[in-house]
Design a protein around this ligand. Sequence first.
Ligand code: TYM
Length: 331
Amino acid sequence: MEIVVSGIRSTGNLHLGNYFGAVKNFIKMQEDNDCFFFIADYHSLTTHPDPDSLHHNVKQVLVEYLASGIDPEKSTIYVQSDLPEVAELYLLLNMHAYKGELERNTSFKEKIKTQNENINAGLLTYPVLMAADIIIHRANKVPVGKDQEQHLEMTRTFARRFNHIYKTEYFPEPQAYNFGENLVKIPGLDGTGKMGKSEGDGNAVFMSDEPDIIRKKVMRAVTDSGPEMMNQEKPVEIQNLFTIMKAVSSADTVEHFDGLYNNCEIRYGDFKKQLAEDIIAFTAPIKERIDSLSGDGEYLKKVAQRGMEKARESADKTILEVRQIMGFRPF
Ligand code: TYM
């Protein structure tokens, strides 16, 4: 049995990228592993959310996890800030995390480019907090999307360094995990990079989107003027739509449109219509559960409370042992 940890920032609704990158694998793993899934609300603070929206966003992510199939009877679901042990481990790990390596992190470098006016220390040490989230339960496996690969590499570095400094094998080196397959990257609809919460309007399809919104977003997705040669390589914006189709549609459907593309007979209008309907069919049962769970405050409170208790039991044990290893001793 493996110890599995995964998380999601509470900065927006769950989109198809989150689902296929992280949540789907976690759901498969929860059947026969010791699984922890948490809502990273501390991580959301790097963008300074206003206090009224903070709790709302955490609740929304909790609802969307549960609606997607994360089962509180099988897994431990909790809110990151309910575990003071995480904040403590973050502090301890920070003492062995070096400015140079943190500055070389690709996501940090991106942030410097895109949100230059708010480069705070939380952003710089984001990977340390993420490492704390993972090793607080001494996890071995972390189901995440491709974009988190480098963060996992850093987590292993911090775990290894701790072991080395304190001459112990206390922390395992956790692996980003997708059942032996490559990690997933679901592209956005705008023809450029990945699907993301903060990549601009219309780039992401959210599990909670109404069917009409999904149709609009997909119909507006960037395409080109169509193939000009048989079997030509697809340009990135078209390949992106095929990648999304592979995730939500049947193999026959993908093959059908692939064949049309290769014969230069594809009509993007039909292709997008099919893609939109398949996304809608895929998200509909999840959306239905999102709508019904949203109003069930009592149930959500129970899940969060129970999750916190279970997660703290595991985190508390780790922090006591870490303190012991590092030399914090009671009088
Ligand atoms: P976040 O909230 O950006 O994304 C949550 C999960 O969704 C995956 N993901 C994607 N996968 C495939 N294609 C996409 N377009 C796509 N967009 C997002 C992410 O890889 C991630 O698995 N730092 C993390 C949250 C976090 C965490 C952790 C995750 C904090 N501590 C510890 C795992 C373990 C983040 O911002 O993810």
